[in-house]
Design a protein around this ligand. Structure first.
Ligand code: LLP
Length: 445
C-alpha cells in the first residue's frame, strides 16, 4: 500500500484490509460505520519520530527541543496519555482541550495554551492549574493576564505570538503568519517588539520567549528556515536593547502530510536537520546563546495514523457533458465527519476495503448523505465498477482535523473513534446517540 495508509494497513488474501491487525469488516460489525480508526502504534511512532529526530538534530548543536502535540488535530484523553507516554508536551487552544489534556494525565507544566481571544475563564483556569506557557496574542491579553496573575498571586509564564510575515502552506484559511489576519503581533510593524517590552515590564508575567506558527501543510523547508531566522533576529534585537535573554523560541507546526498517492509529505528527519541548520546559521549571525526550542506538529502526528471507514449505500452512474461518465458512490457519512473537502477543497483518496474486485475501475466521486451538493468526501478517485451497497470504503489520512472538526449537520450522529493495536480495538470516543441529540434539545412544554 502507498504511504497514505498507516504502517500496519494490509490487504489479506481474501481481499479485505486490516489495520492494527484487525479486519475492517470486524471493526464495522463491532462499532458500526462511519468509523474513525486510529492506528495507535503508528501515531505513537510519528510522535516519537518528531521527538527523536529533533532531539538528535538540535542535540548535535548542544541545544534542546520540546515537541508539543497540537491537540486541535485530534484529542481525547487516551491520546493525551499516549503523547505523555511518548514524552511529548501538549498544545491546547481552548478550555475544553485543556480539560481533556489534564484528564489524560498531562502534567500542567507540559501544556501550552494558545488562542487569539482567550476568555478570562480560560486564562484563570490555566493559571490555577499552572500550565507551562501561555502564548499571548494581543496587548489586551497581556493586560488581562497580568491582572489575573496578580489576583491569583502567581507569575504567568508567557510567550509572545509573533507574525513574521512568512506566508506558507496550502490554503489561505490555514496560512497564519502573513499580516492580514487575526493571529499574533507583527514583527514588521514593531508590535511584537512592543509586546515583548510590555511582558518584560509587567509585574506578574514571566517572559519565556517568542512563538510563531506560519501555516499548515507546509512542504517548503525554506519557509521554516526563513521564519527561524526572523525570530532569532527579533530575539537578538530584544536582548541587545534590554539585556534580557529570551530563553525559548517556538516555531509552531505545519508539517505537510500526503493525502493521496501523488501527494507529498515533509519528512520529519529532513525537517529536523534542515531547521536545526537554519537556527545555527541565524544564531551565528545574530550572536548570543542558543534558545531552548519547541515545535508543535499536529497533522503530521495524527493525520496519517487515522482512516475513516464508511458503508456504501447508493451508487449512481451519471453522464457527463463531455460524453464520459462518473460513478457517484454515496456513503453513510459526509461533510459532518469530514469538513476538509468542502472547506479547503482538500483532496483525499479511497479504496474498496471489504473485498477485492476484478471489475474495471470507474472515475468515481465519494459523496455523503447530507442535503447539500457540495457534500463530497473524495472528489476524484478510481473505484471498481461493481462497487455496491454494503461494501466498505476506507479513506486514509483522516486522523487530523476529521473528528476534531466533525459536526451534527442534519442532526447527524458523529462517528466513534476506535484505536487498533495488536489485533485489538478499543473505543476512544463513543459514537453520538439519538439520546445525546435529544438530550441537547430542549423539548417544547
Ligand atoms: N500550532 C499552532 C499555533 C496552530 O495554530 C496549529 C494549527 C498547529 C500548531 C498545528 O498545525 P499542523 O501541524 O496540524 O498543521 N483545520 C485545518 C488546519 C488548521 C490548523 C490550525 N492551526 C485543516 O484541517 O487543514
Amino acid at each position: 500500500m502507498a504511504s497514505v495508509w498507516s504502517s500496519s494497513v494490509k490487504r489479506s488474501s481474501d481481499g479485505a484490509i486490516s489495520v492494527g491487525g484487525v479486519d475492517v469488516r470486524e471493526l464495522a460489525a463491532e462499532h458500526g460505520t462511519p468509523l474513525y480508526v486510529v492506528d495507535e502504534a503508528d501515531m505513537r511512532a510519528r510522535a516519537a519520530a518528531f521527538r527523536d529526530h529533533f532531539s538528535a538534530a538540535f542535540g548535535r548543536k548542544g541545544a534542546e527541543v520540546d515537541v508539543y502535540y497540537a491537540s486541535k488535530a485530534f484529542l481525547c484523553s487516551q491520546v493525551a496519555r499516549w503523547m505523555r507516554e511518548e514524552d511529548l508536551c501538549v498544545d491546547v487552544a481552548s478550555l475544553g482541550e485543556l480539560e481533556i489534556a489534564l484528564r489524560g494525565g498531562v502534567a500542567p507544566q507540559h501544556i501550552g495554551l494558545h488562542g487569539n481571544n482567550k476568555s478570562d475563564a480560560e486564562l484563570r483556569r490555566a493559571l490555577e492549574v499552572g500550565v507551562g506557557r501561555i502564548i499571548v496574542d494581543s496587548f489586551t491579553e497581556i493586560e488581562v493576564l497580568d491582572a489575573l496573575a496578580a489576583e491569583l498571586s502567581v507569575s504567568a509564564p508567557v510567550m509572545v505570538r509573533v507574525t513574521t510575515g512568512v506566508h506558507a502552506g496550502g490554503h489561505e484559511y490555514i496560512a497564519t503568519s502573513h499580516e492580514d489576519q487575526k493571529f499574533g503581533l507583527s514583527l514588521a510593524t514593531g508590535a511584537a517588539y512592543e509586546a515583548l517590552v510590555a511582558c518584560h515590564d509587567a509585574a506578574n508575567l514571566n517572559l519565556l520567549g517568542i512563538h510563531t506558527h506560519i501555516g499548515s501543510q507546509i512542504l517548503s523547508l525554506a519557509a521554516f528556515q526563513e521564519s527561524a531566522e526572523r525570530m532569532l533576529g527579533l530575539r537578538g534585537a530584544f536582548t541587545a536593547d534590554t539585556g534580557a535573554e529570551l530563553p525559548e523560541v517556538d516555531l509552531g507546526g505545519g508539517y505537510a502530510i500526503a493525502y493521496t498517492e501523488t501527494g507529498e509529505a515533509l519528512e520529519t528527519r529532513d525537517a529536523a536537520y534542515g531547521i536545526a541548520d537554519a537556527v545555527e546559521a541565524a544564531v551565528t549571525k545574530v550572536g548570543g546563546t542558543w534558545p531552548r526550542f519547541s515545535i508543535e506538529p499536529g497533522r503530521a502526528i495524527a493525520g496519517p495514523a487515522g482512516m475513516t471507514l464508511y458503508t456504501v449505500g447508493v451508487v449512481k452512474q451519471v453522464q457527463l457533458e463531455d460524453g464520459g461518465g462518473r460513478q457517484y458512490v454515496a456513503v453513510d457519512g459526509g461533510m459532518s465527519d469530514n469538513m476538509r473537502t468542502i472547506t479547503y477543497q482538500a483532496e483525499y483518496t479511497a479504496t474498496l476495503a471489504s473485498r477485492l474486485s476484478d471489475a474495471e475501475s470507474a472515475l468515481s466521486r465519494v459523496v455523503g448523505k447530507h442535503c447539500e451538493s457540495g457534500d463530497v468526501v473524495v472528489r476524484d478517485v478510481q473505484l471498481p465498477h461493481d462497487t455496491a451497497r454494503g461494501d466498505l470504503l476506507a479513506v486514509p489520512a483522516t486522523g487530523a482535523y476529521g473528528r476534531s472538526m466533525a459536526n451534527n449537520y442534519n442532526a447527524a450522529l458523529r462517528p466513534a473513534v476506535v484505536a487498533v493495536r495488536d489485533g485489538q480495538s478499543k473505543v476512544l470516543i463513543r459514537r453520538d446517540t439519538l439520546d445525546d441529540l435529544l438530550r441537547w434539545d430542549v423539548a417544547a412544554e
